[in-house]
Design a protein around this ligand. Structure first.
Ligand SMILES: [Zn+2]
Ligand SMILES: [Zn+2]
Length: 242
């Protein structure tokens, strides 16, 4: 099962990208960030790492590649790509604390009619979690990587890694305010497999931590909003740059 950010959402992203002509400037990124996350706290944690264009390794230094065997180890001869990673946990917290339309009802029991796929809840992976987490509420995410072409000559594209929360009602799920932005990465138009692995690595790392469970304030659970929830990534989809 693969859900995509709504067309409207992509349109909004594209509009923003047009406004900020240089996508790899941190200053612009913080502006994008603020627009995306209007209600977010000013301390949204994000980190920048640099992806070597020669070996595709991610480094924290903007001067040289960490890989001792790389031609760019002494210093970057060709500029690295900047990778902006945003805190998934923090955005999850902010969305769940505001969103009225979350829905955990379908987690009470496995769905009886598994031939009928009404929503992601009826999918195999979802049903598998329900069977393992009896009477326990949980969160599931669908990750999507969308490439947006930003330079006229098609040499550079911007990958936006987003995550949708399935426990938000479908009508609200893909609205920009409820979409988590995991990372924004400028990429050469034809990223290599190694490159993509480096792009996803820090996000996967955070997702593994979230699987162990975190305490959230969930607005829709009015009576007792504080709850410990494990978060599972159940689907992932990457689309080629448009
Ligand atoms: Zn390198
Ligand atoms: Zn898709």
């Amino acid at each position: 099962v693969c859900h995509r950010i709504s067309t409207k959402g992509v349109d909004d992203v594209c509009k923003l990208l047009k406004i900020f002509k240089t996508p790899n400037a941190p200053l612009n990124f913080s502006r994008i960030k603020r627009l995306f996350l209007r209600n977010s706290s000013p301390t949204l944690s994000s980190s920048i790492s640099f992806i070597c264009s020669a070996c595709c390794d991610a480094s924290t230094s903007s001067n040289h590649c960490n890989n001792i065997n790389c031609s760019q180890h002494a210093s970057y001869q060709s500029p690295p790509l900047q990778y902006f990673k945003l805190s998934i946990l923090q955005q999850l917290r902010e969305i769940l604390a505001c969103e009225q339309d979350s829905n955990f009802e379908h987690q009470k029991q496995p769905s009886l009619n598994s031939d009928l796929l009404n929503d992601i809840y009826d999918g195999d992976k979802y049903q598998h979690i329900i069977k393992n987490e009896i009477d326990i509420r949980f969160l599931t995410l669908v990750m999507n990587a969308d490439g947006v072409q930003v330079s006229k000559d098609a040499s550079l594209s911007l990958w936006i890694i987003t995550l949708a929360i399935n426990e938000i009602k479908r009508s609200e799920r893909f609205k920009l305010k409820n979409i988590i932005i995991g990372g924004i990465v400028p990429c050469p138009s034809k990223p290599t497999r190694d490159h993509m692995r480096n792009v996803f690595a820090p996000i996967i790392q955070e997702l593994l931590t979230l699987e162990r469970g975190e305490t959230f304030e969930v607005k829709s659970l009015n009576e007792n909003p504080f709850i410990c929830l494990k978060t599972y990534l159940i689907a992932c989809c990457a689309d080629k740059p448009a």
